[in-house]
Design a protein around this ligand. Structure first.
Ligand SMILES: C[S@@+](CC[C@H](N)C(=O)[O-])C[C@H]1O[C@@H](n2cnc3c(N)ncnc32)[C@H](O)[C@@H]1O
Length: 316
């Protein structure tokens, strides 16, 4: 997987980064590594639900938006810790497979599936590059990518894989941050570069229009595109401190909360101190509110949008 310069490829760099931050992300975000959904927008919804509930609502809202209420087999390309795939498998009572470049995350995803008592042939996760996954054509009737497209160094190849892996008559859903359409000023371009610097995205941001064109070229028929920028912005209004505090659950006694908070805080500190440069950079970013400023600034400035694009593969 070496890159054309002889250095590591983007896939190798991603795998390394995601493995390095794997444990800390799991501690902080839980099994969903995507934004939450706030139907009334922000800041109206600010105190109405927890971060985790907003993430579950996001997956449900995506399915509803796509009009998907049943599937036989789901494929999640760039599946993180499996939270999204497992939630869909539970909800639609379907089989699921997820592909991820990070072995650490794949292990966590398989642990989650087994914990929820899914059989090894029903819901499982494999290590692989989403640009060349070792899966047969048409292997799933529902193919999703939730916030993984932005990480792909070649969007053409990625969308071609989404289309190839979807069975005729099936649905492809691509959910992600996109760049605004049209020319972008140098200062706005700088905002996208800041996103690349903190999330290790490869710098080839695509607009929703560009994704839709790629889908069309691969034989998919785009049926819906929703701009959800206002429904997800604000999710990043959460700093590290509140992520630690999310140990707080409404039904916990103070004693339980205090114990949980301490465990989480010490564990997180330990991970920061031992996780190496990638984790330290991320940790510093969270503590100083840098991530939040970059994502929020991108969304507020209009250069970043958040889209849910639904396409059908003709046939059947
Ligand atoms: C922001 S996370 C989204 C995770 C997941 N889709 C979810 O909903 O929780 C992006 C994911 O893309 C994965 N990824 C990045 N590059 C990849 C590649 N080339 N092939 C497969 N997965 C990749 C990362 O390891 C990470 O799990």
């Amino acid at each position: 997987m070496a890159g054309s310069t002889g250095g590591p490829s983007h896939a190798e760099t991603s795998a390394h980064l995601y493995d390095a931050v794997g444990q800390i992300w799991l501690e902080m975000f839980g099994e969903h590594v995507h934004v939450g959904y706030y139907p009334e927008g922000w800041p109206e919804s600010k105190h109405k639900k927890t971060w985790q509930q907003a993430q579950l609502d996001h997956v449900d809202a995506v399915l509803e938006f796509a009009g998907v209420n049943k599937a036989n087999r789901l494929l999640d390309l760039g599946c993180g810790y499996g939270g999204t795939a497992v939630h869909i498998a539970e909800r639609l009572k379907c089989k699921a497979v997820g592909v991820n470049i990070s072995p650490f995350q794949v292990q966590a995803a398989n642990n989650l599936a087994r914990r929820l008592r899914f059989g090894e042939k029903e819901v499982y996760f494999v290590v692989g590059d989403a640009l060349q996954p070792d899966l047969p054509d048409g292997c799933a009737d529902l193919v999703v990518s939730v916030e993984s497209a932005a990480y792909m160094p070649c969007k053409e190849k990625f969308v071609a894989q989404l289309a190839r892996l979807c069975a005729p008559g099936g649905t492809v859903i691509l959910v992600d941050f996109c760049r605004a359409a049209g020319p972008i000023s140098a200062s706005l371009q700088q905002r996208l570069a800041s996103m690349d610097s903190i999330f290790a995205t490869p710098g080839n941001w695509h607009s929703a229009e560009q994704y839709k064109q790629l889908m069309g070229k691969c034989g998919l028929q785009v049926v819906r595109d929703g701009d959800w920028t206002r429904n997800v912005c604000g999710f990043w209004n959460v700093g590290l401190w509140s992520l630690l505090l999310r140990a707080s659950q409404p039904d916990m006694s103070f004693g339980q909360w205090y114990k949980e908070f301490n465990k989480r805080a010490f564990h997180t500190l330990w991970l920061f101190l031992t996780g190496g440069p990638a984790v330290l950079k991320m940790a510093a970013g969270y503590m100083l509110g840098h991530q939040k400023a970059v994502v929020q600034g991108g969304l507020d400035s209009g250069v970043l949008e958040y889209h849910v694009i639904v396409a059908k593969k003709p046939g059947k």
